[in-house]
Write a protein that binds this ligand. Structure first.
Ligand code: ATP
Ligand code: MG
Length: 378
């Protein structure tokens, strides 16, 4: 059966979606055929009905549907949101700062998908190096491992964790193929422990009434240790989780965004400032604490901006250097090609001793700053 026939005859039933909706999505380019050396699939570039963006319908001997990882809503005021959103108890997990990966067994191959549903060669290789996944998938071929790729040799989101170092992986969900249904928190942790797979930290299980004050304290400590925040989950995983992050995480993201102000600044700024405002109120900042918060946020906006303007003034491009491990030059080239397929502008700076430095170029920032430096009007 051709892929087009499959889409018309089988897919509506498999996904419980009207053919007309699928065809419309396909016409608009939101549903695309995807092929690389790992897999042939249909990729959902945007969500469609209940089907999340990033969902992949993989072809082969069997059809395997890997659902996109659902968006996690954010709370700005823990006390009120937790009370209205959850019942009974909540499980508080640490939120790790890296990039989202789904690992699944697809027709005999273990593949790692990034958020949008791309099979990343680097992530696939690293996931298999970091974890022995064969026993788990032998027993549970219909589960998808959802986790975060972490560490400094991480070409998407580089962040240092003392317990991770250069590269590592932590698992936060186990979900069913096709439905995307998650296992309850306890069941997930039991299975991970049985197969010696690495879970994210479980920081506690609290009654909803006690959770907000515990979480505020936890998040303060996490922030002071350069860590991102928490994801608050219904232990049964029936209700959707919520996320809540530290002041330091907000400032880190602002700092990053204002290194590349004309590529990222605008989209990042408003929401991070809003988060800080509500957090200051809920944490009942003293005058002194609020002043510290204000200084930190100001510094994380202005310092990187000034640095980048000076950088471009010295005729350098605004870019960020990413480090990856690579056993061969072919591996580096394959990853660079993968980035290009994603529309990322990146060049190789150096490849030495099994490490590659890749420069991701932020073109709008470079061009605009250069123009203003030469007197262009804003
Ligand atoms: P989203 O699309 O979910 O709004 P985002 O791409 O903006 O999110 P984040 O703000 O980092 O990303 O928050 C959600 C992400 O947090 C998840 O997609 C997942 O990759 C990551 N994450 C880290 N730790 C956990 C955890 N313990 N439980 C669930 N997700 C986690
Ligand atoms: Mg994240």
């Amino acid at each position: 059966m051709s892929q087009k026939d499959f889409m018309v005859e089988k897919l509506p039933d498999i996904l419980d979606l009207e053919l007309q909706k699928l065809e419309e999505s396909y016409r608009k380019g939101n549903l695309k055929f995807y092929q690389n050396k790992f897999v042939k699939a249909l990729q959902f570039r945007k969500s469609l009905g209940k089907i999340e963006a990033g969902t992949m319908v993989c072809f082969g001997d069997e059809i395997h549907v890997i659902r996109g990882f659902p968006k996690i809503r954010r709370t700005l005021m823990l006390k009120e949101s937790l009370k209205s959103h959850f019942k009974g108890k909540v499980a508080v997990e640490e939120k790790m700062n890296g990039y989202n990966v789904r690992v699944a067994l697809v027709n005999t191959k273990i593949l790692a998908f990034t958020r949008g549903g791309f099979v990343c060669p680097y992530t696939t290789k690293k996931a298999l190096e970091i974890m022995d996944l064969t026993p788990f998938f032998h027993d549970h071929p219909d589960l998808v491992i959802c986790g975060e790729m972490l560490g400094t040799n991480n070409p998407y989101v580089s962040h240092y964790y003392p317990e991770i170092g250069e590269i590592g992986f932590k698992i936060f969900d186990l979900r069913e193929k096709l439905t995307g249904e998650p296992l309850p928190v306890n069941k997930k942790r039991e299975l991970l422990s049985k197969y010696s797979l690495p879970p994210v930290n479980l920081l506690g299980i609290y009654p909803v009434s006690e959770a907000p004050s515990k979480i505020l304290k936890l998040v303060k400590e996490l922030g002071e240790n350069g860590r991102e925040g928490v994801v608050i989950k219904d232990p049964q995983m029936v209700l959707p989780p919520l996320k809540y992050t530290s002041s330091q995480a907000h400032d880190d993201e602002l700092e990053y965004a204002f290194k590349f102000p004309f590529d990222l600044g605008k989209a990042f700024m408003f929401s991070r400032v809003i988060r800080e405002g509500f957090q200051s109120v809920e944490m009942q900042d003293s005058e002194e604490e609020l002043e510290k918060r204000a200084h930190r946020i100001g510094e994380s906006i202005l310092y990187p901006l000034v640095e980048t303007i000076k950088h471009v003034a010295a005729h350098e491009v605004a870019g960020e250097d990413l480090v990856m491990d690579a056993e061969s030059r072919e591996e580096v080239d394959e990853f660079l090609q993968h980035l290009r397929d994603l529309g990322v502008v990146a060049v190789l700076v150096e490849y030495e001793d099994g490490k590659a430095v890749i420069r991701r170029v932020h073109q709008s920032t470079t061009d605009k700053i250069m123009n203003y430096l030469q007197g262009g009007l804003y």
